[in-house]
Design a protein around this ligand. Structure first.
Ligand code: NAD
Length: 352
């Protein structure tokens, strides 16, 4: 029998395919935009300059200071640039950091957002904005935060370094794994999760072997779109809360932390959510935690929190913070069990 559910489709337009960057101008004008402020990180500034130049008069400026975790003071500077240029929309070119800046601007002035996504993190298809101020990361959700148009052009991901591709792909994988057992999951979100997992499992090893192969890049971007859509559609649980704690309170890198934690969070929930996780266990093999661990190891992912700079002496505090505000998870959040999970993740041991 089909379990009762509630389903809302995302209104965002997605333009996917090799060469789809050429449709950027059409995407801007389709949103009524005449004066776009282009956003990027410093690292992707040259690429963003090239894209802005190709837009001609549709681009009225480039703000190339997007920063991880969307600091509010950077957003304020970007807002000044937006107002000074009399812009009427934003074009974010990059991964979650740049997309976060575009969302933060739209959150304040409702600017239409056009995103050219270049990592596999999935932020471009979620109505979620995380921003930091005075060392505190807070998350807001709302329809105005969801970008209106997303362009996925695999050509732009050919230069994403292999290590970043692997971590970012596992970040996307984590959205789908948690989406499978989400309390508010529905048949569409679960279908997207399974297809997203299949695509990433196929693509990531190929990217490791031949990073310049467009087919694998295309498959990975397709998978990341699906997994990101799942993240935007249903609630996340233990895995994302843990990564939020480790990133927010211990300054660990975002995608790499997801990559290390995933096998352990999946193992923690694998018995309580066995039915929901069965398609993922079938895909990765054996017990899901071990299957994901072996997959991550086979593609050269970071495997241990200690390699990301986490101190063993901080594990007690991390377990305390993670268990502090109770939230829904298929298996109850128990402080001592979380402490054991964190120890395994810190050492990088293979879950059973
Ligand atoms: P990122 O955007 O921080 O990018 C990492 C680095 O890689 C940057 O220097 C960037 O310029 C560079 N880069 C990106 N694409 C590249 C490419 N194709 N080639 C070469 N270099 C490239 O990384 P991310 O993992 O995409 O984003 C992480 C941030 O996104 C975090 O702050 C995280 O909290 C946020 N995030 C938010 C959501 C959400 O739904 N709100 C979802 C996922 C991630």
């Amino acid at each position: 029998m089909v379990t009762p559910f509630s389903y809302t489709a995302s209104p965002a337009q997605v333009i996917f395919g090799s060469g789809s960057l050429s449709r950027l101008a059409e995407a801007i004008t389709g949103q009524g935009g005449k004066r776009a402020l282009v956003l990027s990180t410093r690292h992707q500034k040259t690429e963003a300059e090239r894209i802005a130049a190709a837009l001609g008069p549709l681009s009225v400026g480039l703000f190339a200071d997007a920063t991880m975790h969307t600091p509010v003071n950077v957003t304020e500077r970007a807002m000044e640039a937006y107002n000074a240029a009399c812009a009427d929309c934003v074009v974010a070119i990059g991964g979650g950091s740049t997309i976060g800046l575009g969302k933060a601007i739209a959150y304040r002035n409702d600017a239409p957002q056009i995103v050219v996504a270049t990592t596999y993190a999935g932020s471009e298809v979620t109505p979620i904005l995380g921003q930091t101020e005075n060392g505190q990361k807070t998350t807001v959700r709302g329809p105005g935060i969801l970008p209106e148009v997303v362009i996925y052009d695999p050509e732009l991901t050919l230069g994403l370094p292999v290590a970043m591709s692997v971590s970012s792909g596992l970040n996307a994988t984590a959205h789908a794994i948690e989406g499978l057992y989400a309390r508010d999951r529905n048949p569409i979100s679960s279908m997207m999760a399974v297809e997203g997992l299949r695509a990433l499992k196929q693509a990531l090893p190929q990217i490791v072997r031949t990073p310049g192969e467009i087919e694998a890049r295309s498959e990975a971007l397709y998978g990341s779109w699906l997994c990101g859509t799942v993240l935007g559609a249903v609630g996340m649980a233990l895995h994302h809360k843990l990564c939020h704690t480790l990133g927010g309170s211990f300054d660990l890198p975002h995608a790499e932390t997801h990559a290390v934690i995933l096998p352990h969070s999946a193992a923690y929930n694998s018995v309580a959510a066995a039915d929901a996780l069965k398609p993922a266990a079938d895909l990765f093999g054996g017990s899901l935690g071990a299957g994901l661990y072996d997959f991550a190891a086979s593609i050269g992912a970071p495997m241990a929190l200690r390699d990301l700079g986490m101190k063993e002496s901080d594990l007690d505090r991390a377990a305390e913070i993670a268990a502090l505000n109770p939230y829904w998870n298929p298996r109850p959040i128990e402080r001592d069990a979380i402490r054991v999970l964190l120890q395994s993740a810190w050492e990088g041991t293979r879950p059973l």
